[in-house]
Write a protein that binds this ligand. Structure first.
Ligand SMILES: NC(=O)c1ccc[n+]([C@@H]2O[C@H](COP(=O)([O-])OP(=O)(O)OC[C@H]3O[C@@H](n4cnc5c(N)ncnc54)[C@H](OP(=O)(O)O)[C@@H]3O)[C@@H](O)[C@H]2O)c1
Length: 247
């Protein structure tokens, strides 16, 4: 793709949860389009170092161990990004926790941890980082198709992503004075690490839910992120964009 079309050459992006899965694909695609990329991870220090090594020839990349659910970590991350990069043009709230359980078996601890990662984290990250986001910046919240379509045993997960989508709607207005666009991206069933311990029969069922009859790939999601992050997505804000092969 012509780099000039996307105009990411002088941009700085921050991707939470960039060490694996969808976040890693987003980090790669942004780097390939010329952006400098900061990413966070929870525990995968080796994977984060390997990703830095793999992509450093493309430009500036730096991983930060930073728990998305912890406000102290968010404050420290904001200071570190300001010192290391000076700004964040594109902020991608991707880090997420998933709990798959019947609703009557969910514990208080699971509920609180899931909402801390999927709702509290993105809220305070944007609240703290917004001073670093220049005019025309982007906020992209990675939500889930489970807000639109029933996914068995996912009630608290779907509810947390519903809250994230509501931030998208309100932030699109609240950040509009700086022409910052805010959008949600809703992946359907996407093949990341969870695939390795999922029974084949369940995988077939999930693939069959999509009109296109397959699981999505992490790259299917990151290509849509490029659209929203780039100049191509300039006129799109406050939207919930499904990228799910037709659920
Ligand atoms: N895969 C799907 O089918 C699917 C469908 C719809 C929506 N989504 C959403 O897409 C996003 C990415 O999903 P994925 O399947 O790529 O996930 P994944 O493969 O499990 O990777 C999760 C990433 O987030 C990081 N992370 C998790 N908890 C964190 C925390 N508390 N603080 C900082 N980083 C944290 C992980 O870091 P470590 O490597 O250190 O653990 C890892 O980099 C999530 O928001 C998910 O809800 C996924």
């Amino acid at each position: 793709m012509n780099v000039d079309v996307l105009q990411l050459k002088d941009k700085v992006a921050l991707v939470t949860g960039g060490s694996r899965g969808i976040g890693k694909a987003i980090v790669k695609d942004l780097m390939e389009q010329g952006a400098a990329v900061a990413f966070t991870y929870a525990n995968s220090t080796e994977k984060a170092k390997a990703l830095e090594g793999e992509l450093s020839s493309l430009g500036t990349i730096k991983g930060y161990q930073s728990d998305a659910s912890n406000l102290d970590n968010i404050n420290q991350l904001t200071d570190a990004i300001e010192k290391d990069f000076g700004k964040v043009d594109i902020l991608i709230n991707n880090a997420g926790r998933f709990v798959s359980k019947p609703f009557d078996e969910v514990t208080e601890d699971e509920f609180e941890q899931l909402f801390a990662t999927n709702v509290k984290g993105p809220f305070f990250l944007v609240q703290k980082m917004v001073r670093l986001i220049p005019e025309g910046g982007r906020v992209i919240n990675i939500s889930s198709g489970s807000t639109q379509h029933y996914v068995p045993m996912s009630s608290i997960y779907a509810a947390s992503k519903g809250a994230l989508e509501q931030f998208t709607r309100t932030w699109a207005r609240e950040l509009s004075a700086k022409k910052i666009t805010v959008n949600s991206l809703l992946p359907g069933y996407t093949a990341t690490d969870w695939v390795s311990d999922t029974p084949e029969e369940q995988m077939q069922w999930m693939a069959g839910q999509a009109a296109l009859g397959e699981l999505g790939t992490a790259e299917d999601i990151s290509r849509a992120v490029l659209f929203l992050a780039s100049d191509l997505g300039r006129w799109v804000t406050g939207q919930q964009l499904s990228v799910d092969g037709g659920l």
